[in-house]
Structures are given as C-alpha cells and as structure tokens.
Design a protein around this ligand. Structure first.
Ligand SMILES: C[S@@+](CC[C@H](N)C(=O)[O-])C[C@H]1O[C@@H](n2cnc3c(N)ncnc32)[C@H](O)[C@@H]1O
Length: 335
C-alpha cells in the first residue's frame, strides 16, 4: 500500500483517486478485509426485502447491525467454494427483485452495478470508479504512448473499467478485452461492444481457482488466438496478482509472440524485497483476512524480474505499492 513517505510523483492514479474520495489506501484495504462484498450484497438484499415496511426503512441502520451476527454465524470464511455459492445465490435473488439491474448510468457512462465491481470497496462509489477508469486511460497515453492507432489487449478486463475510461479520454481504437469470467464478458458485450464494435470481448475458459474454478487446464502450449506481433499494448490490472506463477509464465511467453517489436506490457501484482520467491495469501501482509484462494499472490522482486528477463522482457519502470490494495506497477518492453 502507498504510504505517506512515498514521493507524490510515484503515486498512482488509483491512490490519487482514493484520496479524492477521502479514503487512504490502507483504510480501503482494511475495510475490504472486514467487510466482504457478500456482506454488502446480503445486507442490501434483506433491507430491500424489508424495504416495503416504513418501520424497516426508518431503522435500516439498526437492522444492518442486527443482521450482522446472522451473517457471521453462517460458516463461510475459509471456503471460497461456499463464498462463491453464497455470492451466486444472493446475486440471483437480487436480480430477481423487481427493478434490479446490473448497470448504472453515471455522468454519461454505463458502469457495472456497484456490488458486481472488482478491486475493493472504494470502487463501489460511482465517482471513484469512473475517475479510476479515466486515470487508467490517461496512464495508457502518458506512460505507454497510446493514441487512436494503438492496438490494445486488456487481459482480465473484468467489466470493462479500462475501455469505459478509454472511451471518455481517448475515443474509439482497436481494443480486445479477454477474461475467464463469463458474466463480465457478457456484460461488456452488451454494454460496450454493441455500441462500439472496435471494442471486442472474448471469453477464454481456462482455470483460475478464484474466478473460474471449472475452466480448462492451462496447457504450456496455450496461445491467445491472436496473430504474431499484432498488439501494441498488453495491459493487466490486478490479474497476475490473482494467478498462479506457472500460469503467469505461460501468458508471458505468448506475450512475446503477439507483441509488436516496439510494444509494451503493463501489469500489476504484489512485489516485495526479502520475502520468499512466491507466496499465496501470505500471513500479516496487506489485508487482515483473505477471502478465498489467490486473493494475494506476492513475488520477491528479484525473482519476478528474473522471470521477466528469462522470457525476453526488459523492465522499463517499476513503482512499488502504488496501485490498488498495495500492488506494484511494472512496465515492460522487449529486450
Ligand atoms: C481483480 S479483477 C480486475 C479487473 C480489471 N482488470 C480491473 O482492473 O477492473 C481480476 C480479473 O482477472 C480475471 N482473470 C483471472 N484469471 C485470468 C486469466 N487466467 N485470464 C484472463 N483473465 C483472468 C478475472 O476474471 C477478473 O475479471
């Protein structure tokens, strides 16, 4: 996480946004740890059910507290399988409520519904989400020389935070978003690709224990189905931070093939010095409590750089703990 000692010029867009909404990065991380998204969905669902009653509305705050023991008695914490089931049931129930929808219109852009968003509770605030989307698009321009002729591959695109920002800051360009999460890809097709066909979204059904448990095994020979040297920028925000090392290596290897000679890669993950080479959900790090597998994948800095070097990449820029939840930002080019 960013700390007060970090020089301002290294502060990332995401941290700046946190400050704009009055949250320090460590506060966001703490609240993410103590208030899982399922709790918000659960509370919202029950309160909406009770919403018809005036008494319930008047005492919504107290009802929220009253519901908390019921939630914590439910045996979730260590089982992501059950988390996922609960999440699905609650989402289905929420969607079945009259008037519920999976998007919101905010400041002229269609955004995913707040409880469906990735990357921590601060992103549930519409203004924060949109500012972060625009800041990511500006990052493409200022750090990665993106213009309207640039071909972008956004891996782990989620519900299109980057393209939402690109459309506001840069405009139409050649963009491919890839994800293992079917709902995210369906959302992006419906709300982005239909109106902007130069933005295309593809589902790849490969396994990720956190996001796509039943996906196919990711074979060493995996290829993205894109021609050689056909991409100028490969972007992965908060994706390698939730993937196994062997899967990251397979992706990096195909990046060398699909990336143009002058192309650039940007990604974020957790990176520290003097820690084991790779740790998954390490104790006493970043969050008080992890929810499910691959919540935090952390690399020792020299080890990560040796993987990148061995794949054929040069690290152009590295900024420590400047991104969401204390992730670091890494910028690569071909050696
Ligand atoms: C924390 S979310 C970040 C979403 C988006 N990049 C953003 O910043 O808003 C991580 C995303 O990576 C996706 N993901 C995880 N493993 C993946 C893989 N092997 N290939 C492609 N996407 C993956 C997840 O489904 C999820 O949408």
């Amino acid at each position: 996480m960013a700390t007060d000692e970090e020089p301002a010029q290294h502060r990332p867009a995401a941290s700046v946004c946190l400050e704009q909404v009055g949250l320090r990065p460590w506060q966001a991380a703490t609240s993410y740890a103590t208030e899982p998204v399922e709790w918000h969905v659960f509370k919202q669902f029950v309160l909406r059910l009770l919403g018809a009653s005036r008494l319930a509305q008047a005492h919504a705050r107290w009802l929220g507290f009253a519901l908390q023991p019921a939630w914590w008695l439910y045996p979730t914490p260590q089982s992501h399988r059950r988390d996922t089931l609960v999440k699905r049931l609650l989402r289905a129930a929420r969607r079945a409520l009259p008037g519920s929808k999976n998007h919101v219109l905010f400041s002229g852009s269609i955004l995913p519904a707040p409880t469906d968003r990735f990357c921590g509770p601060e992103f549930r605030q519409d203004s924060f989400y949109l500012q972060s989307a625009e800041a990511e698009a500006r990052r493409l321009v200022t750090q990665l020389s993106c213009d309207r002729d640039t071909r972008i591959l956004d891996i782990g695109c989620g519900q299109g935070r980057l393209p939402i920002g690109i459309l506001r800051v840069i405009g139409e360009l050649s963009y491919i978003g890839i994800d293992v999460d079917r709902r995210s890809i369906e959302w992006c097709r419906k709300h982005i690709e239909r109106k902007h066909p130069s933005f295309q979204f593809r589902l790849i059904d490969v396994v990720n224990e956190r996001y796509n448990r039943k996906g196919a095994v990711l074979e060493r020979e995996f290829r993205f189905g894109l021609p050689n040297k056909s991409i100028d920028i490969i972007y992965l925000y908060s994706v390698f931070s939730h993937m196994r090392e062997e899967h990251m290596r397979i992706y990096l290897s195909d990046f060398m093939r699909i990336l143009a000679d002058t192309g650039r890669v940007f990604f974020t993950t957790f990176v520290e010095e003097g820690v084991p080479e790779v740790s998954i959900n390490p104790d006493n790090y970043v969050l008080d409590r992890y929810s499910g597998p691959l919540h935090v994948v952390r690399y020792e800095k020299d080890y990560l750089f040796s993987i990148l070097d061995g794949t054929g990449f040069a690290v152009g820029n590295f900024s420590h703990r400047t991104e969401a939840d204390g992730q670091s930002a890494i910028y690569l080019s071909k050696k």
